[in-house]
Design a protein around this ligand. Sequence first.
Ligand SMILES: *Cc1c(COP(=O)(O)O)cnc(C)c1O
Length: 376
Amino acid sequence: MSSEQVPLVDLRAQYLALKPEIMLAFEEVLESMQLFLGPRQRAFEQEFAAYCGCNYGVGTSSGTTALELALRACDIGPGDEVITVSNTFIATVEAIAAVGAIPVFVDIDPETYVMDWRQLELVLTARTRAILPVHLYGHTVEMKPVLEFAHTHGLRVIEDASQAHGATYEGQRVGSFGDIACFSLYFSKNLGAFGEAGICTTNDLALAEKMWMVRDHGSRVRYLHEVMGNNARMDELQAAVLLVKLPHLTNWNAARQAHAQTYNEHLRGLVEAVPVVRSWSTHVYCYYVVQVDDRERFRAVLADEGIGTNIHYPTPIHLQPACAQYGYKRGMLPVTEAVASRIVSLPMYPELTSHQLQRVIQAVQKYATGTLAPNH
Ligand SMILES: *Cc1c(COP(=O)(O)O)cnc(C)c1O
């Protein structure tokens, strides 16, 4: 019996489809030997910002440095509190810590897994300076109440849109709601470079100028350093890949949505929960996350069938050793903690074939049948 493997993500499929174009772009960059702050990086900044409905883009070396730059541009520093979520990738919180600020966590919506804005007022203090909502898995945060709360209390809003390139809230793409939005362009995101990259988008020229300066050693004019900056530039080879890929993003997201619909139709009833999409959001399925009762057995059954799974994320950030200094204990974010023990991500990438989707569905059926077996 031949059993084709179905990996969690298949980056090679996308590379092969675009190989001639990407190789040509690489060759042009290497022939010019302009390896950073060149025309491709500038073009990508403009094209991606326009894609998000924003005026300015600031290319960066990663999503993590994008978040750091955004916080710095908003003058968030030591002693300041930034409200965010614990159900995210560590980088969201690392960036807050990197500028010396304190992460303050709120719980999440149990169905969409993103920030529950109703909890913002519970953690507001005199030191709160910003809100950092994360559009997780590809579903957007309900932005209107977040923005209203921020406006009422004079807070900055920085979106972490690293898992939501192209996702919309009330018909508008993420990236233009807050003061600044940050995107990872890590190779496995909905839009990914061939290595490390990220970008900040904003409509505020002063913030963009500050970020352009800080990411390049605090310098606007070579060897004149106005502030202590960083080396956080996007390099030209990554920009070349991203320029080739960006025109495909909309179709890739549509393919992810079609795959998610197929999964939803067949998996509903076999697992505890399939992804929920609120009426005001689209979902771009950076990850396709379901909930199961017996996760260990679920993953074992699927692994046996050659199907890759992962957990995004197994330990909430507030319970990580790295966060011990902030004094959070188990029980403080009950929804986040409950969800973390039940979620599991299934294979999701635009190039998934219908045969592969069927293989995943059949494997989940096998798990569900087994769940019932002991009672029969
Ligand atoms: C990937 C990711 C980041 C970090 O991006 P890098 O490019 O890996 O530094 C930050 N936040 C979220 C939500 C992410 O998924």
